[in-house]
Design a protein around this ligand. Structure first.
Ligand code: SF4
Length: 82
């Protein structure tokens, strides 16, 4: 079973757009051109949702460092087994 990680930006409304997550983990996070807040890059979105992603194990460190650095603590990481 491959290990994967669910990453959510919740509540996304509270993102203060300081770009910490985007700088630390650009493979997974990007700024939305629509509202200037962070979103999950299209490649990893779950059901097209911009605030929920599923990423492979090799990106675990990347998303965890983003979650730790987020000043408003809205990035959440959860391990899932598929
Ligand atoms: S680190 Fe947090 S507050 Fe900063 S852009 Fe990312 S989600 Fe928004």
């Amino acid at each position: 079973m491959a290990k994967k990680f669910k990453v959510t930006i919740d509540p996304r409304d509270e993102c203060i757009s300081d770009m910490a997550c985007v700088s630390l983990c650009p493979d997974v996070f990007e700024m939305s051109e629509e509202d200037g807040k962070t979103q999950i890059v299209e490649k990893y979105r779950v059901d097209g949702k911009i605030e929920e992603g599923l990423v492979p194990e090799d990106l675990e460190e990347c998303i965890r460092s983003a979650a730790e650095a987020c000043p408003v603590q809205i990035i959440h990481v959860e391990e899932v087994n598929e």
